[in-house]
Design a protein around this ligand. Structure first.
Ligand code: FNR
Length: 380
């Protein structure tokens, strides 16, 4: 099986999955506490986000997907145009195909030629040599390098990798050899707190948790097997919301992707601590159904509605969403209990915890969060 054929299979099977998906995932188990006087004015809201020493004009990106075949080169061109027109960051698909066959270089290079001034990320796997990682960055003049981790994809993949021990040391070698920030990402099965901590020690600048809830590569690869005998791996891993909660105190900047369906999911992920939020399968579906105009319209609407949600929630910046009160429900709440995550703190973080010596009643002492400042009419 050639890399080009595999990339075309991935697009086809990912789109079948998009059409079959129930539409529900664990973002539904995260809700904002509504404060009716917490709003601010729309002109006060900025979408600019900063993480890992980077500054993006919006906290949204088109995450890694394609390149390596004629068909996916055309998809990359269209994704690049959409990124350019909306100003969001974009990642290439795995550039392994280019290392094997440099004649497909243009299917990746188009990400930069169509989007000369945008923020573009190259993507390699954790077995890439440091030289190849540098070649990938050079080919598209990448501003950052993504390294993907995908054990739950490789395992059911007929031609998949079965040796994972070298991945950690290789990430460290790549991170030491390249001169752009390294973002380590999953492909839809999630990063645990332990993994994120390990990545911090290996030199990653950020981690994209890319959790369960959207594109499911164990299912895709199982669909490529003659007997489809790995069906029990479908839905493997932790949801994106669970990963963000799990890794919130690791110190490593986090990005979120995996099952992001709406501007509300973007706001939820930002409120759970992500510096920016990515989508792959959903954006690709819109592109393939309606072309570049449909994807540009979708991204523009998401950015506009994200700003509207921030206004309603009293969050001047995406980072301010991390001071909004969040309720965690259902199985996600049990996950938090088992992993030692304090859901009570999340539900009350816009107000200071009452101290025995504070004068006014709970929530009215000094040092209150943004929402309370809005409610009492004070400004900063
Ligand atoms: C992907 N994804 C992916 N990730 C990666 O790091 N390298 C890659 O080459 C690919 N290829 C790829 C192809 C297609 C068709 C899709 C839909 C996805 C995974 C992607 O970046 C993301 O982590 C997951 O898809 C989860 O996000 P969504 O799709 O649920 O928004």
């Amino acid at each position: 099986m050639s890399s080009a054929q595999r990339k075309d299979d991935h697009v086809r099977l990912a789109m079948e999955q998009q059409h079959a998906h129930s539409g529900r995932n664990q973002f539904d188990e995260v809700s904002f506490v509504h404060h009716a006087l917490a709003g601010i004015d729309r002109p006060d809201v900025s979408l600019r986000t900063a993480f890992a020493g980077l500054s993006w004009q919006a906290p949204l990106y088109i995450n890694a997907m394609t390149g390596g075949s004629v068909k996916t080169g055309a998809i990359n061109r269209d994704l690049a145009i959409a990124a350019r027109e909306t100003g969001v960051a974009i990642a290439s698909g795995s550039m392994h195909a280019y290392f094997k066959d440099p004649s497909c270089a243009d299917t990746f290079r188009v990400l930069r030629t169509e989007n000369p001034d945008g923020f573009v990320m190259a993507n390699v796997n954790a077995t890439a040599s440091a030289d190849n990682a540098r070649r990938a960055i050079d080919l598209i003049r990448a501003d950052a390098l993504q390294i993907h981790l995908n054990t739950a994809q490789e395992t059911p993949m007929p031609e998949g990798d079965r040796s994972f021990a070298s991945w950690g040391p290789q990430i460290a070698r790549i991170a030491a050899a390249v001169d752009v920030p390294v973002i380590v990402k999953e492909v839809g099965n999630g990063l645990s707190r332990q993994t994120v901590l390990a990545l911090a020690g290996l030199g990653a600048a950020a981690a994209d948790v890319s959790g369960r809830g959207g594109t499911d590569f164990a299912r895709i690869e199982n669909g490529r097997r003659e007997l489809a005998d790995y069906a029990y791996l479908h839905d493997w891993g932790q949801s994106t919301a669970a990963c963000l909660l799990d890794a919130q105190d690791t110190g490593l900047p986090l990005l979120a992707s995996g099952g992001v369906r709406s501007p509300l999911d973007v706001a939820r992920a930002l409120a759970l601590g992500a510096g920016a939020v990515g989508s792959s399968g959903g954006f690709l579906r819109t592109l393939l159904d309606g072309g570049v105009p449909a994807l540009v319209a979708k991204i523009s609407t998401w950015l506009d509605q994200l700003a509207a949600l921030q206004t309603m929630l009293g969050a001047r910046t995406p980072a301010d969403l991390t001071r909004c009160d969040l309720l965690i429900h259902g199985p996600l709440r049990s996950f938090c209990a088992d992993r030692g995550i304090d859901t009570h703190r999340l539900a009350q973080r816009s107000s200071p915890s009452p101290s025995p010596n504070s004068g006014p009643g709970p929530g009215l002492s000094s040092g209150s969060g943004d929402a309370l400042h809005q409610m009492t009419g004070s400004t900063r």
